[in-house]
Design a protein around this ligand. Structure first.
Ligand SMILES: [Mg+2]
Length: 168
């Protein structure tokens, strides 16, 4: 059970992901979390730096899909100009939204990585399907109450071990 809570990789931020190394593992598709992974939760726009990174990732040949538990209907609008499909109200760690993302990207589980800032949604959800999971540090936007008072305190118990494993 505990294994399901460990990411396959931990890096401080998106920019630290070694895309070439992923490609060598046969990974060509990324399921990206939105809140506090791509943008601070509650922010109105995606930072230019992140947008440039997303374009670079796609130019390298990766297929992308954003999967978010956010229920805000303005999210798709926000990400529209990036031309990346978005699944909102995902209820991660349920399997269904991840399966749907694979369908949208026309990708198999073996060639797909999940990138997110939360162990109990992104990492657990991805691991349940056997996807390659990458944990990043949260960007620091204001968090959902359940995240703040339940998930994060539990994460704090696991993070030192995870970071030690990856030399963070
Ligand atoms: Mg998040």
């Amino acid at each position: 059970m505990l294994d399901l809570l460990y990411p396959r990789l931990y890096v401080p931020s998106l920019f630290d992901i070694d895309l070439g190394a992923l490609q060598k593992k046969g990974i060509n598709s990324l399921i990206l979390d939105l809140d506090n992974t791509i943008m601070p939760r509650g922010a109105r726009r995606i930072e230019q730096e992140v947008e440039a990174w997303l374009r670079r990732v796609r130019e390298k040949g990766f297929r992308l899909c954003i999967v978010t538990n956010n229920r805000d209907r303005s999210v798709p609008e926000l990400t529209q100009r990036l031309e990346i499909p978005v699944i909102i109200r995902a209820v991660k760690p349920r399997r269904k939204p991840f399966v749907r993302a694979l369908e949208l990207m026309d990708a198999t589980g073996r060639e797909t990585a999940v990138v997110g800032d939360q162990i109990f949604t992104d990492v657990l959800g991805g691991n349940r399907l056997g996807l390659y999971t990458i944990l990043v540090d949260p960007l620091g936007g204001k968090e959902f109450i359940g995240t703040r008072f339940i998930s994060r305190p539990l994460e704090r118990l696991l993070l030192p071990r995870i970071k030690r494993r990856f030399g963070g």
